[in-house]
Design a protein. Structure first.
Length: 355
C-alpha cells in the first residue's frame, strides 16, 4: 500500500472527524490481484486509497464500507471469481481466484486505530507483525481486534490485556508465518491473520543531474522515501523534485557525515563524475545497503572497483552496473524505468545485484 497517499487520506479524515474503513485481505485462493495482508482505506463517500484488486472489486467494497460505518461493526466480504457465471451478478472479472476481505470501521474517537499505528510502523526500520482477528468465539474479542508485535513489545487494539498475552504465547513460533492461524484460548477459539507490516523502502540517489529526475519520479510513484544528494549546489537547487523528496548538498567525501547511510535500502550512484562516484562507492562499501546501482558501462565499473582496492570486495555482491534491467529503449525515462524495475525486483527477492 502507498504509504504517503494513505497517510494524507487518513489525515484529511482526521481533520474533519470523518469515519473510515480499513479493508484487509485475509485469505485468497488461486489468481488474485493482492494477497493476504494487503490493505486499503475507504471513506463514507466511496473514495479509497490503496487497491485490493485491479479496480473490479473496489466499487462493491465501497458499498460494504458504508455498511460497516453505519453499523459500527466489522464486516466480512467474500468474492469468488472462479465461477464462469460471475458476469451474471455484475463482476465479470474472470480472475479465476477467490478473495476474502475484512472491513473494520475506524473513527476519530478511537484515533483511527489500528490504521494510525500500522502506517507509523511502515516508516520505521524494525519489522512489525500484525495479528488480526477474523473470527472469534470469545465474547471479549471482536472481529477486527488487532495486535502488533515488534522488537519493542506489543500494541493491542480491541484485546483485553490478559488475552493479549495469551495470544502472543499461543502464536509462539507461528508469529513469523503469514496466513490464518486457529488459536484455542480459554475464552474461545480465535482465527487470526498473521502478516508482516511492509516497511517503506528508502532510496538514496547520488547525483542530481537531469537523469535523476525520472528515477525520483518513478520511485515516488512506487511510494518509496527518496533522498537526493550531490556536491554541486546548482544541481541540487535546479530541479523540481517532488515535495516529499529530501535533498542534500554535501561534498562526496562527507556523505556519511551528512546522512545515516544505514537508514537506506537502495542506492543509485549517478553523478557522472568519476571521482565523486568513486568516493560514493567507498562510503557505501561500509554501509549495510543491500542494492547499489551504478551508471555507466562495465569497463567504468571495473575501473572504479580496481581503484577502490580493499573496498571492492564488499561491493561486488551488491553492485549492479550498469544498473537496470534490459527493457530496451533509450533516454532518461526508459533508463530510469529499468533502474527502478531492477530495484523492485531486488526488493521482491526476484533479482540480485551483481557485478
Amino acid at each position: 500500500m502507498h504509504y504517503q497517499k494513505q497517510l494524507d487520506f487518513l489525515e484529511a479524515a482526521r481533520r474533519e472527524g470523518a469515519p473510515l474503513v480499513l479493508a484487509t485481505v485475509y485469505e485468497t485462493e488461486g489468481s488474485t490481484y493482492s494477497k493476504a495482508g494487503a490493505r486499503m482505506l475507504v471513506d463514507g463517500e466511496g473514495r479509497f486509497r490503496g487497491m485490493l484488486s485491479g479496480g473490479c472489486l473496489e466499487g462493491d467494497l465501497a458499498m460494504r464500507a458504508r455498511v460497516a460505518i453505519e453499523s459500527g461493526e466489522a464486516q466480512l466480504a467474500e468474492y469468488d471469481l472462479t465461477d464462469d457465471n460471475d458476469e451474471l451478478w455484475g463482476m465479470g472479472v474472470g480472475c479465476e481466484g477467490m478473495i476474502r476481505v475484512l472491513l473494520q470501521p475506524l473513527s476519530a474517537a478511537s484515533n483511527y486505530e489500528p490504521a494510525t499505528t500500522l502506517l507509523r510502523c511502515q516508516t520505521g526500520r524494525a519489522v512489525t507483525r500484525s495479528l488480526t482477528c477474523t473470527q472469534s468465539a470469545d465474547p471479549a474479542v471482536c472481529v477486527g481486534a488487532t495486535l502488533l508485535v515488534g522488537p519493542d513489545g506489543t500494541t493491542a487494539f480491541g484485546l483485553p490485556p490478559e488475552t493479549r498475552n495469551t495470544v502472543v504465547s499461543a502464536m509462539g513460533g507461528l508469529a513469523g508465518r503469514d496466513g490464518l492461524h486457529e488459536l484455542d484460548l480459554p475464552g474461545g477459539r480465535l482465527t487470526v491473520l498473521s502478516a508482516g507490516v511492509p516497511i517503506v523502502p528508502r532510496l538514496l540517489v547520488l547525483g542530481a543531474g537531469p537523469d535523476a529526475e525520472p528515477v525520483v519520479r518513478f520511485a515516488v510513484e512506487m511510494g518509496w522515501f527518496c533522498t537526493v544528494a550531490d556536491h554541486r549546489p546548482a544541481y541540487v537547487g535546479n530541479h523540481e523534485f517532488p515535495a516529499a523528496v529530501a535533498t542534500v548538498c554535501t561534498p562526496a567525501a562527507r556523505l556519511a557525515d551528512a546522512l545515516a547511510l544505514a537508514d537506506f535500502d537502495l542506492a543509485i550512484v549517478m553523478s557522472h563524475h568519476l571521482a565523486s562516484d568513486r568516493e560514493y562507492l567507498r562510503q557505501l562499501a561500509t554501509a549495510e545497503i543491500g542494492y547499489i546501482g551504478l551508471l555507466g558501462p562495465p569497463s567504468r565499473r571495473e575501473r572504479l572497483l580496481r581503484e577502490l582496492g580493499e573496498y571492492a570486495g564488499s561491493l561486488r555482491d551488491r553492485l549492479s552496473g550498469p544498473a537496470g534491467l534490459d527493457l530496451g529503449g533509450r533516454g532518461p525515462a526508459p533508463i530510469a524505468l529499468s533502474i527502478v524495475a531492477e530495484m523492485q525486483a531486488w526488493l521482491s527477492g526476484n533479482g540480485r545485484a551483481s557485478a
